[in-house]
Design a binder for this molecule. Structure first.
Ligand code: ADP
Length: 449
């Protein structure tokens, strides 16, 4: 295989040699032929030289043009997605290198194309078989894709490339998508379609901080919701059903105690006291269960009113003084006089009682409990007690969760106090955090903004 330059040079030299040899032949013939034929001889020589040079130039051009035409055809085919047959290797070295790299490129593109098609197939199969409904919207507010798990009332089936309006996207979801596109943020909400509860989450998909598409993920939580409703109804019914028999057991035990006239220190007295202590605890548990049921009921709305935080806190804490005195504990209230908050005053008092009595129960004798109001509507309940281990912090708001069940039962705890606190915060849209007190103990921080 030669380079283009050497092919050109060789053909030119060969042609020159040929011209020189024929010129010698012509000169020899010139000396022997009839002078009348001379003009014919020279014309013939001139014609041979002219056509010869034309033929050489044409052949050289063809050596280059034919492979280039092949390359042009091949690139057009690649463009059209046909990676078909390989190019033949031309004789010119430079062109051979070019066809080699084009053949290599076509091979690589073909493998990448197959890989991409496979990936796309995998993605589509996965997408269509997901339990979650998935759809994507581009920046022109058109549906890019959707899977078959989407509730048909949410987006009309087969709405690819249609606008949000033409896809009949559910109004609440359309509003979420438009808001997400406008503000370039995530949106999350639970919507109800008929008797279906759907969790809808819209995510912006970014690349180099530029959002290209918005992905919607829809999870049908109807079953969970129904189970939750059944659980809540059971909780509500059980607490109602238990309250009457327990109250009558307590009544009978009290009557028995007074009728029998049992002596102080006697076995009978000890047993009756144990019955009364336990019925009291059961009544407290039932009352807490009923409070949670009420707070969980969607129709239980907080009655919001504006009141002075210091006055209401001092009033309610007055009722806790006897508990604190038993353990020689002190309560410090650090709330500015002029702080007004908008909340349900009864629920606020319930929250304060639960947090202060926990602070007292889980602190040793003689310690101080503080209620401090800080800037940005933050209210903190601070104690110097035993603290809450980091691994339990996330779970202490769960019903009946106790860090140390023996101790909690001994303190007369129901295991529902913090769950009630959490529900009250949720009803007010407040955030509650549990932090370790740097000097030992626990801080319950409520952000009321
Ligand atoms: P309980 O009626 O058992 O006190 P709560 O729901 O009020 O139930 O509290 C759940 C658990 O969280 C308690 O059992 C206790 O272990 C822990 N806890 C609550 N408040 C405090 C606190 N201030 N300091 C230490 N531990 C606490």
């Amino acid at each position: 295989m030669r380079s283009f330059f050497s092919t050109l040079l060789l053909s030119n030299w060969a042609f020159l040699l040929f011209l020189m040899i024929t010129a010698v032949g012509v000169l020899y013939l010139d000396s022997i032929i009839n002078p009348d034929l001379r003009i014919l001889l020279f014309s013939f020589y001139f014609m041979v030289a002219m056509f010869g040079s034309f033929y050489i130039s044409y052949s050289i051009a063809q050596i280059v043009i034919l492979p280039l035409k092949q390359v042009e055809k091949k690139t057009d085919e690649i463009n059209a997605g046909d990676f078909g047959t390989e190019l033949l290797t031309p004789e010119i070295r430079e062109l051979a290198k070019m066809t080699e790299s084009i053949n290599g490129m076509a091979k690589r593109l073909k493998t990448q194309f197959i890989d991409l098609t496979l990936e796309k197939e995998k993605f589509n199969t996965l997408l269509q078989n997901l339990k979650e409904g998935v759809f994507a919207v581009d920046l022109n507010r058109k549906i890019l894709f959707q899977n078959q798990s989407l509730h048909p009332s949410l987006i009309r089936p087969n709405s690819q490339s249609l606008s949000l309006d033409d896809a009949h996207i559910y109004p609440e979801v359309k509003f979420m998508v438009l808001e997400a596109i406008q503000e370039r943020i995530e949106k999350k909400s639970t919507i109800t379609i008929g008797n279906h509860f759907l969790n809808v989450h819209i995510y912006p998909l970014r690349s180099d901080d530029y959002v290209y598409i918005y992905l919607g993920v829809v999870l049908d939580i109807t079953e969970d919701k129904q189970n939750q409703i059944i659980r809540e109804q059971f909780f509500q019914n059980a607490s109602h059903e238990l309250k009457t028999p327990i109250t009558s057991i307590k009544g009978f035990a009290e009557t028995l105690e007074s009728k029998l006239g049992v002596k102080e220190g006697s076995q009978e007295k000890k047993f009756l006291d144990a019955i009364l202590r336990n019925t009291d605890r059961m009544i407290r548990i039932i009352e807490d269960m009923m409070t949670i049921s009420k707070l969980e009921n969607p129709s239980s709305l907080a009655v919001m009113e504006e009141f002075n935080l210091l006055d209401s806190t001092e009033n309610i804490c007055a009722s806790l003084i006897s508990i604190l005195n038993k353990k020689n504990q002190t309560l410090e209230i650090d709330i500015p006089k002029d702080v007004l908050i908008k909340a349900d005053i009864v629920l606020m008092e319930h929250l304060t009682i639960n947090l202060v009595s926990n602070a007292s129960n889980y602190s040793p004798d003689g310690k101080k409990i503080k209620i401090v109001y800080r800037q940005n509507k933050i209210l903190e309940f601070i104690d110097e007690g035993m603290g809450i281990p980091a691994q339990d912090v996330d779970r202490i708001f769960e019903r009946f969760y106790r860090v140390d069940s023996n101790r909690s039962r001994k303190e007369g705890g129901t295991g529902l106090g913090l769950s009630i606190v959490k529900h009250i915060c949720k009803l007010h849209d407040w955030d509650i955090q549990v932090l370790p007190n740097p000097t030992g103990g626990t801080i319950f921080r409520i952000s009321m903004e």
